[in-house]
Design a protein around this ligand. Structure first.
Ligand code: UD1
Length: 368
């Protein structure tokens, strides 16, 4: 008897922790054959392999080795290479997660070659079309056959874009499946010791969005703000390669060097980062996923963006959307330091079982 064949796609760092619980869940189904494809959008050890190791992901069945490039180049290269894999492997289903360039590139190939497309983390909208991810989200949702939602607000977004919500299923959050599974193991890591950090007495920072790091004035102001915060407590800042490059271009390294409490480190692995998040006083970020993870951990999160595509984290979670205004960023940080940080709750269905729900729905509808 033939099996249901699914290609699971990953490309960039935020994809790995989303696919891991799905890969693990599919293993329980004898009738499903799975194939893991890595486009190679992210390729540095610390942006990719380390995550495979930390998350117990199997070695990809296929690695496209696409690498960095402009949006057109990167998306186009993935499409050209993934088409060949599609023709060779002939999957019934292609499953993509999140909103990176690899997500839309593989999605386009999949539907044009007759596979069903599954989008995990569908329906999120920042309503800011200058974000490359927003375009990737809108287009991927338009062509998907199954839309798996992390929060109910996404139903309305899909409906507003004329998408039949019968295709949409509210299942919870696979990123949180990974977090809950690995939280205990993360607690055993040694990164706090290595960085000489006291639990509950440091701020954790990540910044990598083009809108924050590609503009000289914005990037400089943000770094100055971090330096000011570091006068109150140590600031741990694992620096994304894009940000590292831009800081060099803008000559910001000397500013940072003057502040001994600024701890710039290489990008951390999944478990080390989770240990840092779980023990931080607060997190300051422009990431999407970290807004969700801090909400589940109950750690206050200051988001240095004008909007969020994950409104539930601000409505019920610990997230505060502050924008890029340094006064507002500092005011929120001081509020938290004064013990008046936002307390939140865990959103509905963020219970560690999203992957289970997703695979069940796929098997019930597509199983052979
Ligand atoms: C991508 C995603 C973004 C996600 C982020 C997480 C898109 C459009 N953006 O942004 O949604 O939040 O990943 O990290 O898909 N680089 C390295 N080593 C690597 C990867 C990248 O040095 O392993 C450097 C290169 O200089 C590259 C730059 O980082 O040009 C940006 O990489 P890219 O994949 O284009 O976008 P990200 O900013 O990482």
């Amino acid at each position: 008897m033939s099996k249901l064949k699914i290609i699971n796609v990953v490309g960039a760092r935020p994809n790995f922790m989303k696919i891991a619980p799905i890969v693990e869940e599919i293993r329980k189904y004898e009738g499903i054959e799975q194939f893991l494809l890595h486009t190679g959008q992210h390729y540095d050890h610390k942006m990719s392999d380390l995550f495979f190791n930390n998350l117990g992901l199997p070695k990809p069945d296929c690695y496209l080795g696409i690498g960095s490039g402009g949006h057109g180049t990167q998306t186009g290269k993935v499409m050209i290479e993934f088409e060949k894999v599609m023709l060779e492997e002939k999957p019934d289903i292609v499953l993509v997660v999140g909103d990176v360039n690899s997500t839309i590139a593989c999605g386009l190939d999949a539907v044009k070659l007759g596979a069903k497309l599954v989008h995990v983390e569908a329906g999120l909208r920042s309503f800011d079309r200058t974000m490359p991810e927003e375009i990737n989200r809108i287009l991927t949702d338009q062509i998907s056959d199954y839309l798996f939602l992390t929060e109910k607000s996404a139903f309305k977004n899909l409906e507003n874009e004329g998408i039949d919500t019968a295709k949409a299923h509210f299942v919870g959050n696979v990123m949180i499946d990974s977090l809950l599974k690995h939280r205990k193991k993360a607690a055993e890591q040694k990164i706090l010791q290595e960085l000489e950090l006291e639990p509950g007495n440091f701020a954790l920072v990540t910044l990598h969005r083009p809108a924050n790091v590609d503009d000289r004035a914005v990037c400089t102001t943000l770094m100055q703000t971090l330096c000011t915060i570091s006068e109150s407590l140590p600031v741990v800042f694992p620096v994304h390669p894009r940000t590292r490059k831009q800081m060099g271009v803008f000559g910001l390294d000397s500013l940072i060097a003057k502040h001994s409490n600024m701890r710039l480190v290489e990008p951390l692995g999944y478990l080390d980062f989770l240990q840092c998040m779980d023990n931080s006083k607060f997190v300051l970020t422009d990431s999407g996923g970290i807004q969700e993870e801090t909400t589940v951990l109950g750690v206050p999160c200051i988001t240095a963006r004008e909007n969020t595509e994950r409104p539930i984290t601000a409505e019920v979670g610990t997230n505060i959307i502050v924008g890029r205004d340094s006064q507002k960023l500092l005011a929120e940080a001081n509020k938290i330091l004064a013990g008046k940080g936002k307390k939140g709750e865990v959103p509905e269905l963020w219970d560690g079982r999203a992957a289970e729900r997703i695979v069940k729905i796929l098997w019930e509808n597509e199983g052979k």
